[in-house]
Design a protein around this ligand. Structure first.
Ligand code: DX5
Ligand code: ZN
Length: 225
């Protein structure tokens, strides 16, 4: 299995976004996680397609856009047009999940589905063959810097076994409260796309942090260093 580190820009310095993107890419980030919040689905408001387009111009790695907005289907085309490579929607935010993820794929983008901590895995059961990634939220979405919810580990394990049983090639992403010191646990549980905001941008040396995360993942899943 391939493992990816996806730093969340939410914890970057927005006054120096281009510099931060350059630094995180040089530090070994595999994807750039971009959190879109609407003040309705979650209490916070962040950025829209216009800023994603500006980020696209600075970034060379894929943009992993996490939509925490109600009725995400209304904005999928706009985010795809802005240059998102992966577009993830929440089933709690739309009555038409299958239509939403099918549209993402129709546009040639990778489709993800994100589950809040209180949402059961059954919410993705009937779209598992229509998605490239399932995001297990390990905090309630809305803010960076919250504490990791330990119940997420069993959820990741169960989802990984369901994906294996179905013989599907679906990534499991985990988002919220991940730092270098607990990244091994989530990888051992079966997650392979690791989002970290404050766990990377809140540290002085991004390269050292990402390097440590990758080493901790390798030793937790038993890969050679
Ligand atoms: C939370 C966002 C996360 C957030 C993670 O709603 O979806 O991507 O930036 O931040 P940390 O890693 O600091 O918990
Ligand atoms: Zn996120």
């Amino acid at each position: 299995m391939d493992y990816y580190i996806a730093p969340s820009l939410l914890s970057a310095d927005f006054g120096r976004l281009a510099e931060e993107i350059r630094a995180i890419e040089e530090a070994g980030a595999d994807l750039l996680h971009v959190d879109v919040m609407d003040g309705r689905f979650v209490p916070n408001i962040t950025i829209g397609p216009f800023v994603v387009e500006a980020i696209r111009k600075c970034a060379t790695i894929p943009l992993d856009v996490h939509l925490m907005i109600v009725e995400p289907e209304r904005y999928i085309d706009a985010f795809s047009g802005a240059g998102a490579d992966i577009i993830t929607v929440h089933p709690e935010a739309t009555p038409h999940l299958q239509r939403a993820v099918a549209r993402v794929r129709e546009l040639g983008r990778k489709a993800g589905v994100a589950l809040n901590p209180g949402t059961s895995l059954s919410a993705v059961e009937w779209v598992l063959q229509d998605v490239d990634m399932v995001l297990i939220m390990s905090v309630n979405p809305g803010f960076g810097g919250q504490a990791f919810l330990p119940a997420s580990l069993a959820k990741i394990e169960l989802l990984r076994s369901q994906i294996r049983r179905a013989k599907l090639d679906v990534d499991i992403q985990v988002d919220g409260g991940i730092k270098a010191d607990n990244v091994g646990e989530v990888a051992a549980a079966g997650a392979n796309v690791i989002v970290s905001g404050s766990g990377v941008f809140g540290t002085p040396d991004y390269k050292e942090t990402i390097g440590r995360m990758k080493r901790n993942i390798r030793s937790a899943v038993g890969l050679k260093a």
